[in-house]
Design a protein around this ligand. Structure first.
Ligand code: KIV
Ligand code: ZN
Length: 521
């Protein structure tokens, strides 16, 4: 089956590598279920290709690629692979269940990488690349080849390598700026040079994969497109190694907003961008910086009086994009006390939440409870409730009750009741504040004291009755996991976030070793 599709010349394929290059970033690890949830959102975004992982790197990665491959309909699902035979075989096996499988083979072509990292000659690299592509090509059609560190490689050597891998059957040639070293003008010239000199260049798709070390990943990707690239490799929120990868939302919206100049299009359903950004941020526990283009909280906020005045008269004075095109909730009063379950489900769907993935009954009950507490319930509140529900799956730990006492004259104290593997347990503790006391009591019940690496609180909507969203990052036994919780009471949201993190630690611990470190009642 030809999975590269003959597309019109102005079509730019979006290759999402959130689950592979994105996940490699510190603190961005995801479990299999989380990866499948992200993949489903990528499918709603209508990305063309999903790089689901690096199958040979670990049994967990193999399983994630396999599960994502089975779950996807339209997008091509591929696994990264080095040029080793066991890598190629694992990659092929992991994508077997995909409707549209693919393999992405890479080897470094820069002198510095060949000499110090690979300890290989140019000839070795050329042979390894050709051999691996030939092997993969025997089993499937969608074979992509990357010259790792292309932007620091000798262009004429890359011409040789690309010529041979195209002869061996590679359909996509990717030229990465692995170290984020390139400048747009030179990166664009590299694409023009390669496309001019490689025989058969017009028979393949040229792809750009950029890192953001100099803050130029999107600019370099656009320069590549200007010079004939028709695939962009990117991640949601730009997560990835070091300073991250090309941000999907930025490159897609740049192409859409400046279609007049760029004269290309993508197939991305842009109204799914904001839900995708939020979902990822929730899963990895990394808040989106407020000034992040497209999806940051301030991306459409006008503070200066002169700007506000202009926007009120005509939005186009200071807005080059419409927030609704990105799926940003309008934050209008959506539903109230008297709204029914049906309206609630409709609203969830409009916000990009698949009701099948959460316990709607519980989310609806939580919504009704919130309506009693809060005068105004916003779209963002509903998203937070849905995310809270989606987190409570097959949990080892469940928060049952929390009582905190604090006054200016006494030490804060917390009494916590939790269900651990079905049995109730209690503990109390005092602390430096109510959250500290509560966390100490939870640690007593869980029987571990992980390092709290990060803790942050965000009010989802305005007002003292707003839902608070707490994100925490905890580390135990070399594993770092994120936890999130949302509640109108900040201490409660904090407890939920920690319990969520402990559940993830527990699930990950079970996957990694058969030894369960958590005490059973
Ligand atoms: O940055 C890079 O070079 C990569 C390759 C493996 C494509 O991620
Ligand atoms: Zn990369």
């Amino acid at each position: 089956m030809d999975t590269t599709h003959q597309m019109a010349d102005d079509y730019v394929r979006i290759f999402d590598t959130t689950l592979r290059d994105g996940e490699q970033a510190p603190g961005c690890t995801m479990n299999v279920e989380e990866k499948v949830a992200i993949a489903r959102q990528l499918e709603r975004l209508n990305v063309d290709i999903i790089e689901a992982g690096f199958a040979a790197s670990s049994p967990g990665d193999f399983e994630s690629v396999r599960r994502v491959a089975e779950a996807m309909g339209n997008p091509v699902v591929l696994s990264l692979s080095r040029t080793r035979d066991e890598d190629v075989d694992q990659a092929l096996r992991a994508v077997e269940g995909a409707k549209r499988p693919g393999v992405h083979i890479f080897i470094a072509t820069s002198e510095i990488h060949m000499k110090y990292k690979l300890n290989m000659t140019r000839e070795d690299v050329l042979n390894a690349a050709t051999w691996a592509v030939t092997r993969a090509k025997r089993h499937l059609d969608h074979v992509e080849f990357s010259c790792e560190d292309a932007s620091r490689s000798d262009w004429d050597f890359m011409v040789k390598v690309c010529t041979e891998v195209i002869r061996a059957g590679a359909k996509i040639i990717n030229l990465p700026d692995t170290t984020g070293h390139a400048i747009p003008e030179e990166f664009g010239r590299m694409f023009a040079y390669m496309r001019e000199r490689v025989p058969g260049a017009d028979q393949v798709i040229w792809s750009a994969h950029c890192h953001n070390d100099l803050g130029l990943a999107v600019a370099n990707s656009l320069a590549a497109i200007r010079n004939g690239a028709r695939q962009i490799e990117c991640t949601i929120n730009g997560i990835g190694e070091r300073a991250g990868n090309t941000s999907m939302e930025e490159v897609v919206m740049a192409l859409k907003t400046r279609q007049d100049l760029m004269e290309v299009r993508t197939g991305i359903e842009t109204r799914q961008i904001y839900p995708a950004s939020r979902l990822l941020s929730q899963i990895i526990g990394q808040p989106v910086p407020p000034n992040k283009p497209i999806v940051g909280d301030n991306a459409f906020a006008h503070e200066a009086g002169i700007h506000q005045d202009g926007v009120l008269k005509n939005k186009l004075t200071y807005e080059i994009m419409k927030p609704e095109d990105i799926g940003i909730p309008s934050n209008k009063l959506v539903l109230g006390k008297h709204s029914g379950r049906h309206a609630f489900i409709n609203r969830l769907e409009e916000l990009g939440v698949d009701p099948e993935t959460i316990d709607v009954q519980k989310a609806f009950a939580a919504f009704k409870e919130l309506c009693d507490k809060k005068k105004i319930v916003y779209d963002d509140d509903i998203l937070a409730l849905a995310n809270e529900e989606s987190r409570r799956t097959a949990d080892q730990f469940e928060l049952v009750d929390l009582v905190v006492t604090s006054s200016t004259r006494s030490t804060p104290r917390a009494e916590v009741t939790m269900r651990v593997a079905g049995a109730e347990r209690n503990a109390d503790a005092t602390g430096d504040g109510m959250v500290d006391a509560c966390y100490k009591a939870i640690y007593k019940i869980a029987g571990i004291t992980p390092t709290l690496e990060r803790y942050s609180v965000k009010a989802i909507t305005g007002g003292t009755d707003a839902l608070g969203e707490v994100s925490c990052l905890v580390r135990e036994d070399g594993m770092t996991v994120a936890g999130q919780g949302a509640h109108s009471d900040i201490v409660m949201a904090s407890a939920l976030a920690l319990v969520n993190a402990l559940n993830r630690l527990s699930a990950r611990g079970e996957r990694i070793s058969a030894q369960h470190t958590f005490p059973t009642p």
